[in-house]
Write a protein that binds this ligand. Structure first.
Ligand code: HEC
Length: 115
């Protein structure tokens, strides 16, 4: 039994330390200590209609805008301010960078070399 516990500790512990930066970024995008970004901006930041509503007899859509083609400055700035219809997150600079990287995998040359 003790051996089995040791086995799980080693395997699970090892598993966690071998997560790639891309895997980490994907997890953060889906669970950024708050509502997942994908729920409003789509799985890959392509944008998403969240709800339809009627305003003064007119059908309107509440949408999360596409965020995959923004430059890093604009992306980062948006995560540091309050946006209408978007929760305020308290992300660190490395976390914001990881999220940006998740939406721009082409900027990651060697996922294993990067920290
Ligand atoms: C509840 C829905 C919702 C969630 C969840 C959400 N957003 Fe947003 N986001 C919005 C809306 C709506 C806007 C448009 C705000 C505006 O126009 O002022 C927006 C705007 C943005 C912008 C600015 C877009 C631009 O064109 O400048 C960025 C970047 C962004 N969100 C990133 C994120 C990231 C990253 C996450 C996850 C950490 C996230 N959002 C989670 C709804 C959401």
């Amino acid at each position: 039994m003790r051996l089995l516990l040791l086995f799980f500790t080693v395997v699970l512990g090892a598993d966690e330390s071998f997560i790639t930066p891309q895997e980490y970024a994907a997890q953060l995008y889906h669970n950024p200590r708050g509502i997942g970004c994908h729920l409003c901006h789509g799985e890959h930041g392509e944008g998403k209609v969240i709800a339809h509503y009627i305003d003064k007899g007119e059908k309107k859509a509440f949408e999360g805008p596409p965020i995959r083609a923004l430059d890093f400055r604009r992306f980062d700035a948006a995560l540091n301010r309050r946006n209408t219809g978007m929760p305020k997150y308290f992300l660190t600079a490395p976390e914001r960078k990881a999220l940006y990287r998740y939406l721009h995998p082409e900027t990651v040359k060697d996922a294993h070399a990067e920290k």
